[in-house]
Design a protein around this ligand. Structure first.
Ligand code: SF4
Length: 197
């Protein structure tokens, strides 16, 4: 196993919401080479290669960052904003330390996964388009059956991205074999976005 644990080093209140925390954690090995592979398996990540991208990090509400650290990969996991640098991770808008620890454990597992399977993964060296409601809609049954309690699948897709529904609130996806392929893809997307299945 490449990474056993990612340890938290520094915790502060979030700038924008003092009920949340932002923090820095240390990765025990340099993961520069793995970031394009992690980018490939996460649905909503933005990769900034060495010498490229933003001139300045750390917008309001974000975790403290290191502009000199490149490459970097940024993504959201639920409401949390996560940036992975070669030897550090910053998380903003985490609920508390326990919440951040869960994200770090998940990240360690994802990094180990791409490390072990990088021969099978095509690395991606650029930012990807953010997932939109229509992307989710395309993976739903599109029958507008209303079993989820909404007017139709597009409304459900919008509310899923807003964390007002979980995937399981669409019963046909899990009940009907014909939607299995869509459900499996949606589970991957939902997991990479940090939303509830
Ligand atoms: S239950 Fe699923 S298939 Fe039916 S309207 Fe809601 S999202 Fe669409």
């Amino acid at each position: 196993m490449l990474i056993e644990r990612i340890e938290i080093e520094q915790v502060e209140p979030c700038f924008a919401d003092e009920t949340k925390i932002r923090l820095i954690a240390r990765i025990p090995v340099d993961v520069s080479d793995l970031l394009p592979y992690l980018n490939a398996v996460l649905a909503n990540a933005t990769y900034v290669g060495e010498g490229g991208g933003k001139e300045k990090d750390g917008e309001e509400g974000e975790a403290p960052t290191y502009a000199s650290d490149r490459p970097a990969l940024t993504f959201t996991r639920g409401p949390r904003l996560v940036t992975v640098y070669p030897r550090r991770v910053t998380i903003a808008k985490a609920d508390d330390v326990a919440d951040a620890e869960e994200v770090l454990a998940w990240l360690a597992e994802r990094l180990n996964h791409v490390h072990e399977r990088r021969g099978e993964i095509e690395p991606v060296y650029e930012g990807k388009i953010k997932i939109k409601p229509l992307d989710i809609y395309g993976l739903l049954p599109q029958t507008n059956c209303r079993e989820c309690g909404e007017q139709g699948c597009l409304a459900f897709a919008l509310l899923l991205l807003q964390e007002k529904h979980r995937l399981r609130d669409c019963p046909p996806l899990f009940r009907e074999e014909r939607w299995r392929g869509k459900r499996e893809r949606l589970e991957e997307v939902v997991d990479s976005l940090g939303l509830q299945k």
